[in-house]
Design a protein around this ligand. Structure first.
Ligand code: FES
Ligand SMILES: [Fe+2]
Length: 450
């Protein structure tokens, strides 16, 4: 279907100063157009290779820093078959350990994804072995009955751990490169949002019947908006998108508060754009401009009124006041980053089945003047099966569809992904993934632009 373009998205590239999120397009990578074989999504053999060569070599997001603010606070996160314990130290750093007692292998902490507190030590409830916050043995009951002494490992088995962007990261690779090297352009691009100022409003996990990559793919392209989310065509431009591929990670910049060129201009401002206006504090009834000027009007309004509302946009460019700067941190973090909120999705592989995954849904908001610190209650984590909870209309639409994608991929009548230019990030993701899985990570990846 040919589409009529009635507007050209204005981007702030030329108005951008030296500070802030870089907006210059990255050099276009030159990928082959080959089909991506479907077995990467369906085969247990590939899943195993992915675990050995990729999941155990990268940095992974473990929790939010404010999940464990005080020394002794700790939380368990799971990745594939493993369970990882993150503990706030007395010097305020965070350490990561395999969540397993060195006596008979009991998991040291049983509660998953829920912050816990401890004073001096953590105790395994099977035989009461105790560990200090830094992982060393603290007490082993009846140690004299072990003629060989305590295990020579000295305590819990530690893992690389670091923090960036208000999040705690860990790696299953003891020799992994430093976190900031791994993240590459990400801190420079996202620090201007001051993610640490955002407050957690919702977080839950849903088990989906699809491979984790099917979910990552669904958030890495806007081509499916016209199919799955037709209502968004009255809210964003799904065609004029800036796609940037960096060394491992990628992004697209997508204008919100505009019409898709796929739809005919309505006689009045569409309801979704009115919602954006109201969220900004504008009264849509008093807006007299055209729909094509709404995005710029919202940007101007927010720039002027943000400080009065208690929102500091000073490090953001005008586009960031309306648009979606969507980042993908390889391998499994997809983020819709906005001036006033962050929708962060972590896709985790199922420990045994390539046809299942865990979708972690984190919603953060930038507090305004009306936010009451005292009243705020951190939402409790819960896990659901597919369909047991709502993730909002848009994500529900994605969630509804994904199990059908997975079933289709398992059909003898399907061979692999046939990708177009709008799906460039999926191709880039697969190239990075294959560099890991084939053990070829020394190969130069797509050169980072900035
Ligand atoms: S398994 Fe932990 S104390 Fe025995
Ligand atoms: Fe979607």
């Amino acid at each position: 279907m040919k589409v009529r373009r009635q507007q050209k998205i204005k981007r702030t590239a030329k108005r951008q100063g030296a500070a802030g999120t870089p907006v210059k397009p990255a050099p276009k990578p030159n990928f082959s157009t080959e089909m991506i074989p479907k077995d990467r999504y369906t085969s247990r053999d590939y899943m195993q290779r992915e675990w050995e060569h990729m999941w155990t070599k990268v940095w992974l997001l473990g929790c939010r820093e404010d999940d464990i603010p005080e020394p002794g606070d700790h939380i368990v996160t799971e990745i594939g078959p493993d369970s990882i314990l993150l503990i706030r130290q007395k010097d305020r750093s965070v350490r990561a350990f395999y969540n397993v007692c060195q006596h008979r292998g009991n998991q040291l902490v049983h509660a998953v994804h829920e912050p816990q507190e401890a004073e001096e030590s953590l105790r395994c409830h099977y035989h009461n072995w105790q560990y200090r916050l830094d992982g060393r043995f603290f007490d082993i009951p009846d140690l004299e009955t072990f003629p060989q002494g305590a295990p020579p490992c000295g305590g819990l088995i530690g893992l690389p751990c670091d923090t960036w962007g208000s999040f705690v990261w860990f790696s299953l690779d003891p020799d992994v490169e430093p976190l900031l090297d791994y993240l590459g352009i990400i801190p420079e691009h996202l620090d201007p949002y001051h993610l640490d100022r955002m407050v957690l409003k919702e977080w839950k996990t849903v088990e989906w019947d699809c491979n984790w990559k099917a979910s990552v793919d669904a958030f890495n392209e806007s081509y499916h908006v016209q199919g799955i989310h037709p209502q968004l065509l009255y809210y964003l431009d799904d065609l004029d998108i800036q796609i940037d591929c960096y060394e491992r990670h990628s992004r697209y910049l997508i204008a919100f508060g505009v019409l898709s060129p796929r739809v005919v201009s309505p006689s009045e401002i569409p309801p979704p754009i009115k919602v954006v206006m109201r969220d900004a504090g504008m009264d849509p009834a008093s807006y007299e401009g055209s729909v094509y000027d709404a995005r710029e009007a919202i940007q101007k309004f927010k720039r002027k009124n943000g400080p009065k509302q208690g929102r500091d946009y000073s490090a953001l460019n005008d586009d960031q006041l309306t648009d979606d700067y969507h980042y993908m941190i390889f391998p499994n973090i997809t983020m819709n980053v906005h001036a006033d909120d962050l929708m962060l999705f972590r896709q985790r592989p199922h420990p045994e089945d390539p046809n299942k995954m865990f979708f972690d849904y984190w919603m953060f908001e930038l507090p305004d003047n009306e936010f009451d610190d005292e009243e705020y209650k951190r939402p409790k984590w819960r896990q659901y099966k597919h369909g047991e909870t709502s993730l909002g209309l848009v994500i529900n639409q994605d969630a509804y569809n994904l199990p059908f994608v997975q079933k289709g991929m398992n059909s003898a009548g399907y061979s692999g992904l046939w990708l177009g230019d709008q799906e460039l990030r999926i191709r880039h993701f697969h190239k990075t993934l294959e560099d890991y899985v084939s053990g070829d990570t020394a190969k130069p990846r797509t050169k980072a632009g900035s």
